[in-house]
Design a protein around this ligand. Structure first.
Ligand SMILES: *[C@@H]1O[C@H](CO)[C@@H](O)[C@H](O)[C@H]1NC(C)=O
Ligand SMILES: *[C@@H]1O[C@H](CO)[C@@H](O)[C@H](O)[C@H]1NC(C)=O
Ligand SMILES: *[C@@H]1O[C@H](CO)[C@@H](O)[C@H](O)[C@H]1NC(C)=O
Ligand SMILES: *[C@@H]1O[C@H](CO)[C@@H](O)[C@H](O)[C@H]1NC(C)=O
Ligand SMILES: *[C@@H]1O[C@H](CO)[C@@H](O)[C@H](O)[C@H]1NC(C)=O
Ligand SMILES: *[C@@H]1O[C@H](CO)[C@@H](O)[C@H](O)[C@H]1NC(C)=O
Ligand SMILES: *[C@@H]1O[C@H](CO)[C@@H](O)[C@H](O)[C@H]1NC(C)=O
Length: 197
C-alpha cells in the first residue's frame, strides 16, 4: 500500500445602542457555535478545544499539569467507510516521523482506534507503540463524525507540539488506504499548545 501522507509539509444615540445590541447578539450566536459547545457521546467533557483549519476537524483536550498527560478527543467529518488520524510529530513538522492515532470502522462493523508510527511516506498503518505512552484509546462515530479518544503522555518535551491530522476515504482489509492529495490534505498540520484553552 502506498500512502503518501501529506503532511509535507465593528447615527443617533438610540440607533447606535440598537446596532450595538444586534452586533452583540450576533456575536453571542457566533460564539455559541464554537467547538467548546460540542456534546460528546457518554457525556465526556473537555475544557479546551480548537477548530482546525482543514478537513472539518476539531481537537478537544484536557491537560493535566501535574501528570503532564493530555486526554484528547479528535473529531472530524467522515463517511463510515473512511478513516481519520491525528498525530504528534515530536521531531519536526509534517507527516514523516509523526506518532499517530488512527480510527476507522473495522470489518466487524465496530469503530476501532489504535496508535501507529508514520515512519515514511509509505507507512504500514499497523498497530504499533509510539515514542510516548498512549492509554485508554477508543473510537466513536456520531453525527457523521469519527472521534478518537485517547490519553497521551507523559509529554516529555513541553506542552507545545507539532501536530498533523488526516483523513482518507477507504479502508481495505482493516488497513487505512492512501489519503487524497488535494490541498487541504497537504496543509493539515500546525502547532498546538496544550496549556491554552
Ligand atoms: C465559546 O463558547 C464558550 C461557551 O459558550 C465561551 O465561554 C467561549 O468564550 C467561546 N469562545 C470563543 C472563542 O468564542
Ligand atoms: C448524560 O447526562 C445526562 C444529563 O446529566 C444524563 O441523564 C445521562 O444519563 C448521561 N449519560 C451518560 C451516558 O452518562
Ligand atoms: C492529574 O494527574 C494527577 C497525577 O497523576 C492525578 O492524581 C489527578 O487525578 C489527575 N487529574 C485529573 C483531573 O485527572
Ligand atoms: C471488532 O474487531 C476489533 C479488532 O479486531 C476488536 O477489538 C473488537 O472487539 C471487535 N468488536 C466486536 C463487536 O467484535
Ligand atoms: C508495546 O508496549 C507494551 C508495554 O508498554 C509492550 O507490552 C508491548 O510488547 C509493546 N509492543 C510492541 C509491538 O513493541
Ligand atoms: C477512558 O475512556 C472511557 C471512555 O472510552 C472513559 O469513560 C473513562 O473515563 C476513561 N478513563 C480514564 C482513566 O481516562
Ligand atoms: C521528545 O523529543 C524526542 C526527540 O527530540 C523524541 O524522540 C521523543 O519522542 C519526544 N518525547 C515526547 C513525549 O514527545
Amino acid at each position: 500500500m502506498v500512502l503518501v501522507f501529506p503532511f509535507v509539509p465593528m447615527a443617533s444615540n438610540s440607533t447606535s445602542k440598537l446596532l450595538f445590541c444586534i452586533l452583540a447578539s450576533l456575536f453571542l450566536v457566533t460564539s455559541a457555535q464554537n467547538c467548546s459547545n460540542h456534546i460528546f457521546p457518554a457525556n465526556r467533557t473537555f475544557t479546551s478545544c480548537k477548530k482546525l483549519p482543514f478537513l472539518e476537524a476539531n481537537l478537544h483536550w484536557n491537560y493535566n499539569s501535574s501528570s503532564a498527560e493530555v486526554s484528547i478527543a479528535y473529531r472530524a467529518k467522515q463517511d463510515p467507510k473512511g478513516w481519520v488520524a491525528w498525530a504528534i510529530n515530536p521531531t519536526r513538522q509534517g507527516m514523516v516521523g509523526s506518532q499517530a492515532l488512527v480510527a476507522f470502522r473495522n470489518s466487524n462493523d465496530s469503530m476501532i482506534a489504535y496508535p501507529t508510527q508514520i515512519t515514511s511516506y509509505n507507512p504500514s498503518m499497523e498497530r504499533e507503540n509510539l515514542s510516548f505512552q498512549v492509554s485508554n484509546i477508543s473510537a466513536d462515530y456520531s453525527n457523521n463524525e469519527m472521534i478518537i479518544f485517547a490519553t497521551i503522555g507523559t509529554l516529555g518535551n513541553g506542552t507545545t507540539v507539532n501536530h498533523v491530522w488526516q483523513s482518507g476515504s477507504s479502508v481495505s482489509s482493516n488497513i487505512p488506504q492512501m489519503h487524497p492529495l488535494s490541498s487541504p490534505h497537504l496543509q493539515s498540520f500546525g502547532k498546538i499548545d496544550f496549556q491554552t484553552v
